[in-house]
Design a protein around this ligand. Structure first.
Ligand code: NAD
Length: 373
């Protein structure tokens, strides 16, 4: 395995190079691995963020993505009140065609070269099985099954739980009540998180308008949920809904879709929901209350953090690492969002900007994340 740290001068060419502590390139000739690990900031603790496998066309595309994603993790972990910094890794390749056990194990060895300053977990293109394989090569991998503990495993159900708590908090701020009975929620994407979210919404008496590009997920939804309408993927933006929950890909809110939205709350799991910062103004003009994506979708990373602290034997949280405390911490996403909405209102700034400012104050040490458990 060859590796080298990218020079600061070279990284200056990238927009998202906001003071990364380290960006390392890895190449393993035997397994075909080409990967990058970026450690953005470790002020609060070791950098934790998932490992993405994606067929990037060029190495520069991969670097651009890893810089953007690792910086985002610093903000996300800080806002979630975790003793963790931000980092991310990317493997260049198609996960359906180029993923081999040898390649994933080589990635485990790559993670190990950082000696614990970077901790990985699953992301798009990687899964629990991959994390188990990596754990044969390094201790610094989470989102895997943990012996004699109910912590660990797929973080998606915890992401859904956090989105549900955050969606209710956003409704409370917008509608004056978090009661979802009779409210209509348009859910884009019925994958691991979106489907689980629908279950919770259905149980609370919400009406659902759903879409996906997989017919099987839609059939399952129709057979399981009490009040559900299926629409074509593009029609979800015209849905007559109170709440829009983007749970598919990024950039769902863009110049083309925003004018069509009828919902007055946006609260969903997808990362990078706003295509550009210009959408923040558009949301304000339409009176839509937007729950910033990385604040509302932090349930999974909170779960991964509890797993890490349990396995590492060091616990700065000040409470036991039980499932009950972890769920309470995830429920705290509602309090974080309430705080973001308050800052946004008091300062006359967008909720996205308010979230960024609060996260910056937390990871720069001038403010505490709210006690959450
Ligand atoms: P997933 O791949 O399981 O589900 C995504 C779903 O969206 C799939 O069912 C897919 O068919 C559907 N989809 C794709 N394009 C679509 C389109 N144009 N219209 C409608 N549906 C479409 O992913 P997931 O784990 O459920 O994650 C959903 C989103 O939440 C992603 O953006 C992810 O980055 C983000 N997220 C996930 C987690 C987690 O713990 N899984 C954590 C934080 C953020």
């Amino acid at each position: 395995m060859d590796y080298k740290d990218l020079e600061t001068d070279f990284l200056k060419n990238f927009d998202d190079n906001n003071g990364h502590e380290r960006v390392r390139r890895f190449e393993c000739k035997e397994t075909g691995l080409i990967a990058f690990i970026a450690v953005h900031n470790t002020n609060l603790g070791p950098a934790l963020g998932g490992c993405r496998m994606f067929p990037y066309e060029t190495e520069n595309d991969a670097i651009k993505d890893v810089l953007r994603l690792s910086r985002g993790m610093t903000y996300k972990n800080a806002l979630a009140g975790l003793p963790l910094g931000g980092g991310k890794s990317v493997i260049i390749g198609n996960p359906h065609q180029q993923k081999t056990e040898a390649l994933i194990k080589a990635m485990g060895r790559a993670v190990d070269t950082l000696n614990g300053s970077y901790i990985t977990a699953e992301d798009s293109g990687t899964n629990v099985k991959d994390m188990m394989l990596m754990s044969e090569e390094t201790d610094y991998v989470m989102g895997r099954k943990v012996e004699n503990s109910d912590l660990g495993g797929d973080p998606s159900p915890y992401t859904a739980f956090g989105v549900f708590s955050g969606l209710k908090a956003t409704c409370a701020a917008k509608f004056g009540s978090d009661d979802l009975s009779g409210k209509t929620v348009a859910v884009q994407g019925l994958g691991a998180v979106g489907y689980d979210l629908c279950r919770r919404l259905d149980a609370e008496g919400a009406k659902l308008i759903v879409t996906d590009i997989q017919q099987a997920s839609l059939d399952r939804a129709v057979s399981e949920f009490k009040d559900v309408i299926v629409v074509e993927p593009d029609a979800i933006f015209d849905a007559d809904a109170d709440i829009f929950a983007p749970c598919a890909m990024g950039a769902a809110i863009n110049a083309g879709t925003l004018p069509r939205l009828k919902a007055s709350v946006i609260a969903g799991a997808a990362n990078n929901q706003l295509a550009t910062p210009a959408e923040e103004k558009g949301l304000e003009d339409k009176g839509i209350l937007y729950a910033p994506d990385y604040a509302i979708n932090a349930g999974g990373v909170i779960a991964v953090c509890y797993e890490y602290l349990h396995l590492s034997g060091s616990n700065p949280l000040g409470h036991e690492l039980t499932m009950e405390n972890m769920k309470s911490h995830i429920r705290g996403i509602a309090d974080t969002l309430a705080r973001i909405f308050e800052i946004s209102e008091n300062r006359g700034i967008s909720t996205a900007r308010a979230a960024d400012e609060l996260a910056e104050r937390i990871f720069m040490g001038s403010e505490q994340a709210r006690a959450t458990a």
